[in-house]
Design a protein around this ligand. Structure first.
Ligand SMILES: NC(=O)c1ccc[n+]([C@@H]2O[C@H](COP(=O)([O-])OP(=O)(O)OC[C@H]3O[C@@H](n4cnc5c(N)ncnc54)[C@H](O)[C@@H]3O)[C@@H](O)[C@H]2O)c1
Length: 333
């Protein structure tokens, strides 16, 4: 199977490195509109063809699959063209800039019978795989809340706000871990620059049940925090991605509530037990993601990070954007 990669910028570099060594595929061509980027490919991967024109990749009938690692606003047109030329497609996160575009790509991939997958890399990390096991096995009980903080002194983007930049990671983790679909969103955000692109945003995702998910994203924090809490009614998970090794800790912590009916008072019994640090798989997430794409094409397996999950992520981002522009109004999904 021959693969072409479009976009050899920051993230494309990691994709080229991973796809160039995968079994079951040959990285045949890399396209980037900047010739200086292609010079690096020529030097480091002499057997890989290069082109400044993505159409060369689409028109090459020997190419079976295309990986798209260009800026978000270009994803839709490039992925659509690739599918129209009968290629399997892996597109960087978020899949598109709107849910309508994502749905169009999904319909086209079904019609063409081609794999359409999104690179939500976090889903392939040892930490998130372990969290999925802990949730699915019932070890932590019924999930009551999901709370994520992704803040640092970040690079202010010119085209997307802080939620579109940072939250796709956390929303993909939420969507992967929780089988229930969200019903509505409230979000607020603020821009401290003249371009009205929010650099701080807070989003709450509401569900039919009493589960709640909250996201705090910022490019304006003096400290870097990458922390997700998943609170079950039996145990609670803390995923601290800044920890070099012990990223996931499971707290045997909880509480039980009794109501004194005559006085309508709550009696809370607290429990603080052991803390367990599970062993995590250490393979590079991006390599596992590349394997998942190849397997979906060659064996017909269902990818972890499929296009339907990609669509859910964009729906939530879109809802949040609407809510921010209406000062936090609840937006039904
Ligand atoms: N999965 C992750 O964890 C992760 C991390 C970072 C970025 N990303 C995603 O990767 C994508 C790219 O981000 P980046 O930070 O690498 O951007 P970047 O600007 O560093 O690289 C994009 C590259 O695409 C090239 N390009 C743009 N339009 C093109 C076209 N039509 N044809 C050929 N080349 C074109 C540019 O010249 C540039 O080299 C984005 O969608 C981003 O969200 C994902």
């Amino acid at each position: 199977m021959k693969i072409g990669i479009i976009g050899y910028g920051y993230w494309g570099t990691n994709l080229v490195r991973n796809f160039s060594v995968q079994d079951g595929c040959q990285l045949a061509v890399v396209a980037d509109s900047r010739t200086e980027r292609l010079d690096i490919i020529k030097k480091n991967y002499p057997s890989v063809r290069t082109t400044t024109n993505a159409d060369d990749v689409f028109n090459d009938t020997t190419i079976d699959a295309v990986v798209i690692a260009t800026p978000v606003f270009t994803h839709f047109e490039l992925a659509k063209k690739a599918l129209e030329h009968d290629k399997h497609v892996l597109v960087e996160k978020p899949i598109t800039s709107s849910s309508a575009e994502a749905q169009t790509l999904i319909d086209l991939s079904v019609k063409k019978n081609k794999v359409l997958m999104v690179d939500h890399t976090f889903l392939y990390t040892g930490a998130v795989q372990k969290m999925k096991q802990l949730v699915d096995s019932g070890d932590i009980g019924k999930v009551n809340y999901f709370d994520s903080t992704r803040i640092n002194l970040g690079l202010f983007q010119q085209d997307v706000n802080v939620l579109w930049d940072l939250a796709p990671h956390d929303i993909s983790i939420l969507t992967y871990l929780i089988n229930e679909k969200p019903v509505s969103i409230n979000a607020t955000g603020i821009s401290h620059t003249k371009n009205e692109i929010e650099n701080i945003a807070y989003m709450t995702v509401n569900f039919q049940s009493d589960l709640v998910a909250h996201f705090n994203c910022s490019w304006s924090s003096p400290v870097k925090i990458r922390m997700t809490l998943v609170g079950g009614d039996k145990k609670m998970i803390v995923f601290n991605d800044m920890e070099p090794t012990e990223k996931v800790k499971v707290y045997d912590t909880g509480y039980s509530v009794k109501t004194m009916e005559e006085k309508q008072r709550l009696l809370i019994d607290y429990r603080a037990g052991d803390i367990f640090i599970p062993k995590l798989q250490t393979s590079e997430a991006l390599s596992l993601m590349a394997k998942d794409f190849i397997s979906a094409i060659t064996k017909g397996t269902k990818p972890v990070s499929d296009c339907y999950l990609g669509l859910e992520v964009v729906k939530i981002l879109e809802g949040a954007q609407k809510s921010i522009k209406q000062k936090g109004k609840e937006i039904l999904l």
